[in-house]
Design a protein around this ligand. Structure first.
Ligand code: LRH
Length: 475
């Protein structure tokens, strides 16, 4: 039987994409039909996401996709970056533009929370590394903010699930994404009610948790009137984009690691049981839900954000570079200017990135790079080299902690197009890199939709997800 068309929405910090999967006989064809540039915006002292512009862009994308698939679209699923959320008013509409996790309000919120719930205790309860960006610290920052009266008890929904809610009318938290809030119990897989109580966060404001592959219901609203969307179901995929991306790897991961690289790099592997030892905590490894059981055990490494911030700053001064050009020219640099600590807090923040890099270089005893036209490739080379060194450290730690021999690395996401970073990664880790999908979150999103359609109502089978991932990755 001919497979019907499906749509995957992937929300990224740099762009949001609407992609269409159609079948030519038994052969799948995935096309990105619409791309919406994205990035956090400054409003006063706050760093927010332009929610209305994202939704308007998604609507345009869905209309375009409908025109391209007159045979009808069976389902739509949405994944996106983790930790951020939308607060809803009594009318079910957003109360305000959602905060970006990079907003510095969580610095104080985390310090206060650490006194009530020590980070290592939290880690052992939830498996999530208590990173300041986690939802829990953002919810606490809401309670200390100027509009706390209005927002602190208002219902919330994670960002990709907000789009699922916009499309289906159902407010849920999908498990893989919920696990990144820092509020899900490792033991039960549900919200940790004691933790909510301890931190004085209202549990009633949190949405019910559902598994990846849950069918939420029919598409609602004006789009549902389009012919192609008459029968369209809305599915919760692995809503955390990283869990979707890993679901797109067309191979078992027992003796392999993954590097999912974009704004952030995630370096890790799949484990069947959580690892919450002191060593794992000190090494900065988190345990987050995977699409079809098990956990993603990885380090979260600040990544292309640093270069993108430099590129935006240079472009504003008339020194525009394409990423392709920058990679090519940086390959020709003899060496990096030094090794950056990619985990340094200063490199997580926005604006003035070349100066931040120079301060970091100086702090580590290296000479700064003069920020003048012509030196951009040296900045890029320094970032790539530092990243590859950080990847190698993460890989060495991973092997030791798990007692597993990791023999190869599956690279997915934006870095698959960065030949220099792939080469540097092979050099520093001493392992072969298998290049996977650039749009891996989209492919994993589709794999989960297809697997969910097979056995409605039952938990996703890892074999079914792998089967579809293999088929979708065949070129
Ligand atoms: C990557 C990602 C990552 C999170 C971060 C907030 O897009 O979802 O897995 O840790 O964004």
């Amino acid at each position: 039987m001919q497979q019907p068309a499906r749509i995957a929405i992937d929300l990224g910090a740099e762009s949001c994409r609407v992609s269409l999967l159609r079948w030519l006989g038994a052969k799948p064809a995935i096309e990105v039909v619409h791309r919406i540039p994205n990035g956090p915006i400054h409003r006063g002292d706050s760093l927010l996401w332009p929610l209305d512009a994202i939704l308007a862009g998604l609507e345009d994308g869905l209309r375009k996709a409908a025109l391209r698939a007159p045979e009808g679209i069976a389902s739509i699923a949405v994944d996106g970056w983790g930790v951020d959320y939308v607060r809803l008013g009594p009318d079910g509409k957003p109360l305000r533009e959602p905060f970006c996790y990079r907003d510095e309000r969580t610095v104080a919120a985390k310090q206060a929370a650490d006194r009530l719930a020590p980070p290592f205790d939290l880690y052992q309860r939830t498996g999530a590394l208590p990173h300041r960006i986690n939802t829990v610290y953002q919810l606490l920052a809401d309670c200390a903010g100027p509009d706390a009266e209005i927002v602190s008890r208002a219902p919330w929904v994670m960002f990709p699930e907000y789009v699922l809610y916009w499309l289906s009318g159902r407010r849920v938290a999908e498990y893989t994404n919920a696990s990144h809030t820092g509020l899900v119990s490792l033991r039960t897989g549900g919200w940790d009610a004691d933790l909510f109580r301890l931190l004085d966060l209202p549990l009633e404001a949190a949405p019910p948790i559902v598994r990846a592959g849950t069918i939420l219901g029919r598409l609602q609203g004006p789009l549902a009137k389009l012919d192609a969307f008459r029968e369209t179901q809305i599915i919760a995929p692995a809503a955390h984009d990283t869990a979707s991306a890993i679901a797109a790897i067309p191979a078992g991961l027992h003796s392999a690691a993954y590097i999912s690289s974009g704004t952030w790099s995630l370096v890790g592997t799949l484990v069947s049981a959580p690892v919450t030892t002191r060593h794992a905590f000190n090494a900065g490894c988190t345990n987050l839900g995977a699409a079809a059981g098990g956990l993603l055990f990885h380090s979260l490494i600040n990544s292309m954000w640093v270069l993108k911030q430099c590129m935006d700053g240079w472009a504003a001064q008339g020194r525009s570079w394409t990423i392709e050009n920058l990679i090519q020219k940086s390959a020709a640099c003899n060496a990096a200017a030094g090794v950056l600590d990619m985990d340094a807090e200063a490199l997580m923040l926005d604006s003035g990135m070349p100066e931040r890099i120079n301060r970091e270089l100086a702090r580590r005893g290296f000479s700064p790079i003069s920020d003048v036209a012509g030196n951009e490739p040296l900045f890029a080379r320094t970032i790539f080299e530092s990243l590859a060194i950080r990847y190698a450290a993460a890989m060495a730690n991973l092997g030791k902690m798990l007692g597993r021999k990791l023999e190869r690395i599956h690279m997915i996401g934006g870095a698959t197009r960065n030949k220099l970073l792939v080469e540097l990664t092979e050099q520093h880790t001493g392992l072969p890199v298998v290049i996977g999908e650039t749009e891996s979150s989209t492919v994993g999103n589709f794999a989960v939709q297809l697997a969910a359609g097979e056995d409605e109502g039952t938990p996703l089978s890892p074999e079914a997800v792998l089967h579809w991932a293999k088929l979708l990755c065949e070129k």
